[in-house]
Write a protein that binds this ligand. Structure first.
Ligand SMILES: NC(=O)c1ccc[n+]([C@@H]2O[C@H](COP(=O)([O-])OP(=O)(O)OC[C@H]3O[C@@H](n4cnc5c(N)ncnc54)[C@H](OP(=O)(O)O)[C@@H]3O)[C@@H](O)[C@H]2O)c1
Length: 279
């Protein structure tokens, strides 16, 4: 087996499958019922039998608010920490290159500037905590790895903020959206292209941050999403829109390490327009 994708039916996994199809690259995609990553024996047996050379590890527990229930005991710990540890160890055993996707939520968001790959994570919610432990497991056990942190992901094949806004606009003339959380939206297509690029170009192993260019707050993102609709958007503060999980206020990630590789990153406005054209 050349390429294995975990979480192959998720938002990113599906985008990656379409990209590899377009590029004529053979792969095997698995999801929970084919390969439950929390089952160490099953992961080891699968890797031993199939000997993948490249593992795009897209499987994760991604329900940020639900993860706040029973911190440390919740299923997110099993999937994001135990599951990723199983994958990292199994990848090392068969000599595979591992690509792990992480999140801007590893940061607490108190930096008014941009976070670089050298900044120390300090996650303030449960999802960020388990994704950071996943990063550490990859760095500890995998020998050849890329950790790619991303943020505010939207794509054709999953639940995301863009679809939520467009759906709400069908039934609401007015929406309120927070304007005090700043970050960078990321189109799954841009992320999938960079994942393939890192492997193709044999980039140095290690940690990279990849989102679309330009930053915004959620209110600005919503306004752009809804600009062709009649729905108006009003800004509110995070205090006016309480959520179970803490959200970083400023989690804008510096992209210069990826840019230095020669990979061209579209702006989020360009990415959003291209996404809408494909919808
Ligand atoms: N979405 C975002 O805004 C965002 C932001 C930053 C980083 N990320 C990261 O980007 C990556 C891709 O996210 P996504 O948006 O594509 O997530 P997603 O749509 O929730 O997909 C995750 C996939 O993982 C699978 N999975 C869950 N538990 C599993 C298990 N025990 N064994 C095997 N597969 C399992 C799920 O399968 P089932 O459906 O069968 O459970 C699902 O297909 C993740 O690492 C995520 O942490 C996402």
């Amino acid at each position: 087996m050349e390429i294995l994708i975990t979480g192959a039916n998720g938002q990113l996994g599906t985008e990656l499958r379409h990209l590899l199809d377009e590029r004529g690259k053979a792969y095997t995609g698995t999801d929970t019922h084919e390969l439950d990553i929390t089952d160490e024996a099953a992961v080891n047996a699968y890797f031993e039998a199939n000997q993948p050379k490249i593992v795009y590890h897209c499987a994760a527990y991604t329900a940020v608010d639900a993860a706040e229930e029973e911190p440390g005991k919740h299923i997110d710990e099993q999937v994001n920490v135990v599951g990723t540890t199983n994958i990292a160890k199994a990848a090392a055993k068969v000599g595979a290159t591992l690509i792990y996707i992480s999140t801007d939520y590893v940061f607490d968001g108190t930096n008014p500037g941009m976070y670089t790959e050298n900044d120390q994570p300090a996650p303030k919610n449960e999802y960020g905590r388990t994704k950071f432990l996943g990063e550490q497991a990859v760095a500890k056990y995998a020998e050849k790895y890329y950790i790619i942190r991303t943020s505010w992901v939207f794509g054709l094949y999953g639940h995301n903020f863009v679809y939520t806004m467009l759906k709400l606009a069908e039934t609401h003339d007015k929406l309120t959206v927070v304007d005090d959380q700043f970050g960078r939206p990321t189109w799954t297509r841009t992320l999938a292209e960079f994942m393939d690029y890192a492997v193709e170009k044999n980039l140095d192993y290690g940690l990279y941050q990849l989102s679309n260019e330009n930053s915004c707050n959620w209110y600005e993102f919503a306004k752009e999403i809804l600009k062709d609709t009649k729905t108006t958007v009003t800004p509110v503060t995070s205090e006016q829109y309480p959520q179970k999980a803490y959200r970083p206020r400023h989690s804008i990630m510096d992209l210069s390490k990826v840019e230095a590789t020669g990979f061209k990153i579209p702006t989020w406005q360009e990415a959003l327009a291209a996404f809408k054209a494909k919808m």
